[in-house]
Design a protein around this ligand. Structure first.
Ligand SMILES: Cc1ncc(COP(=O)(O)O)c(C=O)c1O
Length: 483
């Protein structure tokens, strides 16, 4: 019954809309549009009732997995619950109906929100100043690296090398390259931490920065961070923190206190704004006092008579975004912070840590765990044990879809073979975690006893197993009429 496309439904002449009576003089369209651009045949639009249209889109929305539909343990992505109050506030007319070119005097509330959000992020991170301009984590990385480059140039240096641990997210080296710098890999040690000897061997007067993710992508806190900070700064380089994993640190540790000079935040992860499928996002960047003057201009300034967008930085790298960032995402993150307050934010991270560690305790006997240090908000299992039965991590991930759960992140970080990276987030209940663990345990048994089930999965989803590369690169989403 629901298998039909909307083009195959309805019948000639059926309509789903009623337009008000025209109250302006009617014009002949052929006089407005040049002949060559006019349709020869009427557009073949679906002719369906309003109810059919509603059902069509509701049905479509349930074909895809999303966080409001089911568990979404996508490591490094923090797919947590997005409180619906965020949608209410961002939809308020005073926010959603603004134009970025409106004079400052007419958008005081919006400017106050931006000013206060930057202040809150400074408090959370222990940094001196924040720009809200970047629109994603990777955009924040690029912004941070542009500032690092400008800082070294202002010192009269030409440092071009950025050191990046081999566990880092792929956006880190990509951002380095786009910023005109050169990425060099640093090894992780057997505990999954930065190999200090390798770091020391690479630090020299060409090093611009070390980009560190903390907790790193294994979910492990870089316990040597104080020593790393000392070594990096002694070499005249700067310390960058990829803050995509800040969900683990809120109210517990502040990156500024750990010696980081530049940190990007993924508001769309840590501060609960809906994301996935490439957007939307916001990747503000916080800096220490020594980098402040390089921040993108403008920012919001608090003056006696109110808030203005006049704040300029003396050595600014310029604008990195049209206007002032992804405003509606910033409103959502602000709402989240205001709803929770300082105590609530700390509880977020404590909950994320407890949930991840509980889930790991349920699973560790059934899958390999290459790095055994107590993790923070996420952990990385390996499917190596299951591989002996001819089953790959990809098959395990596909089988989870049959059970109505989104798969964890797979094959990342690259230093774990057959990686399964799991981040449950603090917003899931104990029961959900237990049900998920039961599923993964069941799948581990299936891998041993009925591996073909996993090889064929998924069989219950709207489309079965797709070619991973072609599905994204060779999209065919056009409806062709048969006549
Ligand atoms: C550790 C880490 N760094 C950086 C990024 C990039 O963030 P974004 O996807 O917002 O560009 C991600 C995103 O998955 C990440 O997990």
């Amino acid at each position: 019954m629901f298998k039909k496309l909307i083009f195959e439904m309805g019948s000639n002449g059926r309509s789903g809309c009623s337009l008000p009576k025209i109250d302006v003089p009617e014009v002949n369209i052929s006089q407005l549009i040049p002949e060559k651009f006019q349709r020869k045949k009427a557009a073949r639009l679906p002719q369906v009732s309003e109810f059919d249209v509603v059902r069509h889109f509701i049905n479509l929305s349930t074909l895809n997995h999303h966080v409001d539909k089911g568990f979404y343990p996508l490591g490094s992505c923090t797919m947590k619950y997005n409180p619906k109050i965020n949608e209410e506030t961002q939809g308020l007319k005073g926010f959603s109906a603004l134009h970025p070119h409106q004079p400052d005097a007419t958008v005081q509330g919006a400017l106050q929100l931006l000013y206060e959000l930057a202040e809150y992020l400074c408090q959370v991170s222990g940094l001196a100043a924040v720009t809200l301009q970047p629109s994603a984590g990777a955009h924040g990385e690029l912004t941070g690296l542009m500032m690092i480059k400008a800082y070294h140039e202002a010192q009269g240096g030409n440092r071009k090398i950025v050191l990046i641990p081999d566990s880092a997210h792929g956006t880190n080296p990509a951002s380095v390259t786009i910023a005109g710098l050169q990425a060099v890999q640093i090894k992780s040690n057997a505990q999954g931490l930065v190999d200090l000897e390798d770091l020391k061997a690479h630090l020299n007067n060409e090093t611009a920065a070390l980009m560190l993710t903390n907790p790193n992508t294994l979910g492990i806190f870089e316990t040597q961070v104080a020593e790393i900070s000392r070594l990096v700064h002694k070499a005249g380089a700067l310390l960058y923190m990829d803050g995509a994993n800040l969900n683990a640190l809120l109210g517990i540790v502040r990156p500024g206190d750990l010696g980081f000079d530049v940190v990007h935040f993924n508001l769309h992860k840590t501060f609960s704004t809906p994301h996935g499928g490439g957007g939307p996002g916001a990747g503000p960047v916080g800096v220490s006092e020594r980098i402040r003057s390089f921040l993108p201009s403008p920012c919001v300034k608090k003056e006696k008579h109110g808030f203005t967008r006049t704040c300029e930085f003396s050595e600014s790298i310029g604008k990195v975004s049209a206007f002032y960032g992804n405003f509606s995402i910033l409103v959502r993150a602000y709402t989240y912070i205001r709803m929770l307050g300082a105590t609530g934010l700390r509880q977020v991270s404590e909950g994320a840590l407890i949930n991840a560690n509980y889930l790991l305790a349920l699973l560790r006997d059934f899958y390999d765990l290459p790095y055994t240090r107590t993790p923070m908000h996420e952990f990385v299992l390996s499917g190596d044990r299951q591989k002996k039965f001819g089953v790959k991590t990809l098959d395990i991930a596909k089988r989870l879809l049959d059970y109505g759960v989104h798969a964890p992140t797979v094959y990342f970080p690259l230093i774990v073979s057959e990686a399964l990276m799991i981040e449950p987030t603090e917003t899931e209940s104990k029961e959900t975690l237990e049900q998920f663990a039961d599923l993964l345990i069941k799948i581990a048994q299936e891998a041993e006893q009925t591996p073909e089930l996993l090889k064929e999965a998924p069989v219950t989803t709207p489309v079965s197993r797709l070619n991973e590369a072609l599905a994204a690169r060779n999209l065919n989403v056009r409806y062709l009429f048969s006549d």
